[in-house]
Write a protein that binds this ligand. Structure first.
Ligand code: ATP
Ligand code: MG
Length: 401
């Protein structure tokens, strides 16, 4: 039996009454973008749920795409039949036969929103359950833990049958909570931070700092590849590549060694914040985590954060490394992250960075240097590109200003 449509149940967004219309609109757009490769499917969304009419397309690859879209709680491929108990019985049998393995169990669950239907819920359960038992010898009923749960929904427009409920990605539709800039390094953490930020409905753009010739083209490409992997959830991803060499060299030459890392982070944050303002973002997301490295003590975060009042989203702040790695494996960024290309921060890492930097000290050190000219120059030379999960060739380079 071939499915004719897919039922999509909304996640938390059904709780957010006031914003529901906006959320459903965003989700519909995101689903439409994700299913671009299937031009014959039609999407119909209402306040309660969404139907994707397959028009002959196979359901499995479409379900795979839907599984990655935030804002979806669950997905069920369904068959629609007329409101006629004979039809319901026949189609139910065919559907259950597809999933049944000898000795397995089933259960029928009927929901009836069309109260005018001749049988009530129990009546449908019995009629359909009895029919299946009569036609499949090796099946039995188990109401508590059935192998197959056949859902029969009797609605005004027809009867919907499904056997599968596939878990969705949860969260909120990307774009429904505004935009943030993700500071993306080539490491394991920041891509995971990006994923978790998008899960809460935040649209992302990526900011990456590179320091040629100390960092190579391959290191830059690695970050672009990570951004492309994240574009899976964003539809596409805009990447801002900021040349950072002069600033890093200046910091290296002029700031006392214990403080170079703090200053580097501060300059990165200032630049990310300026790019955020230019592109109408509301926040900055990072992969910072408490306690991993010198820059990630509370004292350090305070000294770095001092350069802006923009909200900084740190979704990994309390996670253990193995939890972060598990997510990076799930979202397919891990294998890219562990490629051994140099990062601008590691190259300039001082032998003993201060774990408890003093805000006043770093401000005093920085005040003797004309960073403003260097920051402006870095912004002027920033390259902006857009990556898409299905694209390999990118030629949308354009100067930021
Ligand atoms: P990651 O695994 O994401 O590199 P990390 O554990 O190595 O993180 P740090 O090196 O202290 O931690 O970096 C903290 C955060 O600063 C990163 O998660 C990222 O958000 C940001 N960051 C670091 N280096 C860069 C860079 N070159 N470009 C953009 N953002 C960066
Ligand atoms: Mg790193």
């Amino acid at each position: 039996m071939k499915y004719d449509r897919i039922l999509v149940r909304y996640g938390e967004l059904s709780l957010k009454r006031k914003n529901r219309k906006k959320f459903v609109g965003k989700l519909t757009k995101n689903v439409r973008d994700a299913l671009e490769a299937f031009p014959s499917v039609k999407i119909h969304a209402d306040r309660e749920r969404m139907f994707i009419h397959l028009h002959g397309e196979e359901s499995a690859p479409i379900v795979e795409c839907l599984k990655n879209i935030f804002g979806i709680q669950s997905i069920s491929p369904v068959v629609k039949v007329d409101k006629d108990i004979d039809e319901i019985q026949k189609a139910s049998l065919q559907l259950v036969q597809q999933f049944h393995q000898a000795g397995g169990s089933f259960k029928v669950v009927t929901k009836r929103s069309d109260k005018s239907f001749s049988l009530d819920t129990n009546g449908v359960n019995h009629a359909v359950g009895g029919y299946i038992l009569k036609h499949i010898d090796t099946i039995h009923v188990n109401v508590k833990r059935p192998d197959i749960k056949l859902l029969v929904e009797i609605r005004h427009e027809g009867v919907f049958l499904s056997c599968e409920t596939i878990q969705g990605a949860g969260g909120l539709p990307v774009g429904s909570s505004g935009k943030a800039m993700l500071m993306l390094s080539g490491g394991i953490d920041s891509p995971v931070a990006g994923y978790l930020t998008m899960k809460r409905g935040v649209e992302l753009e990526v900011v990456h700092f590179h320091s040629p010739p100390f960092t190579s083209e391959r290191a830059k490409q690695k970050v672009i590849d990570l951004a492309r992997q994240l574009s899976f959830y964003n539809g596409k991803m805009t990447v801002h590549l900021v040349p950072f060499t002069k600033i890093q060299e200046t910091i290296h030459q002029r700031i006392p060694s214990g403080y170079t890392m703090t200053s580097t982070r501060r300059m990165m944050l200032i630049l990310a914040d300026r790019i955020r303002a230019q592109h109408h973002g509301l926040a900055i997301a990072t992969g910072e985590n408490l306690g991993q490295v010198a820059s990630q003590t509370l004292e350090s975060l305070e000294a770095i954060n001092d350069v802006t009042t923009t909200p900084i989203l740190r979704p990994l702040i309390s996670m253990d490394k193995n939890e972060i790695i598990a997510i990076s494996q799930k979202i397919n960024t891990y294998d890219i992250s562990i490629l051994p290309y140099e990062d601008c921060c590691t190259i300039f890492t001082p032998p003993a960075p201060k774990t408890k930097p003093k805000k006043e000290k770093i401000k005093a050190y920085e005040s003797s240097i004309d960073f403003e000219a260097l920051l402006e120059e870095a912004l002027q030379s920033t390259q902006t590109m857009t990556v898409h999960i299905n694209e390999t060739a990118i030629d949308e380079f354009a100067d930021l200003l």
